[in-house]
Design a binder for this molecule. Sequence first.
Ligand SMILES: Nc1ncnc2c1ncn2[C@@H]1O[C@H](COP(=O)(O)OP(=O)(O)OP(=O)(O)O)[C@@H](O)[C@H]1O
Length: 311
Amino acid sequence: MPHSPAVEVRGLVKRYDGRAVVDGLDLSAAAGRVTAVLGPNGAGKTTTVECCEGLRAPDGGTVRVLGLDPVADGAALRPVIGVMLQDSGLPTGVRAREMLDHVARMYAAPLDTDALADRLGLGAFARTTVRRLSGGQRQRLALAVAVVGRPRVVFLDEPSAGMDPQSRLAVWELVRELRDGGAAVILTTHLMEEAEDLADHVVVVDHGRVLAQGSVPELLAAGAEPQGAATLAVHAAGDVDPVGLREHLGAGFAVERRSGSTLAVTGAVDPATVAAVTAWCAAHDVLVTRLDLGRRTLEDVFLDLTGRSLR
Ligand SMILES: Nc1ncnc2c1ncn2[C@@H]1O[C@H](COP(=O)(O)OP(=O)(O)OP(=O)(O)O)[C@@H](O)[C@H]1O
């Protein structure tokens, strides 16, 4: 029998003030898989996820979670889904640990709250009210609350936003365990590293539509450089002028700014190109701190698909 997806979204439309912020979006997420939804600010990720959670009613299309309609069948779904909202959504006057224990009591077979609190480091702020938690602490509590009921489907909206590196690693480990335990995990993120590390399936959305989807290797392969071309990332200690370097390298090379001090040189990069780049940098008193050849990242694919301008 074919395996039906845990979450299936077909032709989803959601309008605000007559404007479609989700505009015919298709998405499916399987059990035992992490599905990452990526997209620029305002792309429609949260709106899509909130339609799956039953928090918003679609204006068009269908959403099914474990075969049920999240709005009409909300009561049946609530015990088997876990939700971590972007703004945590937790009541602010309750102490952190009391909140977790209270939610745990609502489920038939919750996780051991001592162990969960321990691994997410909640002990340090167990008696602090939600209102007084730092952003990262609140995120950790919201994640614990989302998973304590052993959900079959977990929605995590930017789960590691604002977290320190230690917390992020703990979150990633927990997400992998949920997946390995058979849950369908759907997460939104702006962290390409998070998607590369965790996701079995990546869905890139913009303007409320899916631009591309697949595994990370599939997306990287689909956006590969033309035959013979490669990208050399030039990381420098200070600002680098892409126009000057492009003129120095001549026709056949494109030079783009990736961030203030990183340039991407694309073309038929050979040893002479690398020498020309470092010679130009030396002549302009630019200290090169790192050179990376070739490895296209998910961020490259994302920027190619969604453009480089701010929204
Ligand atoms: N309740 C609302 N009323 C009106 N507009 C809304 C409402 N909720 C969301 N929007 C608009 O819908 C669009 C999509 O928002 P959404 O939160 O889904 O984007 P997102 O991809 O999650 O963005 P981000 O990465 O910034 O979290 C935005 O332009 C937003 O302003």
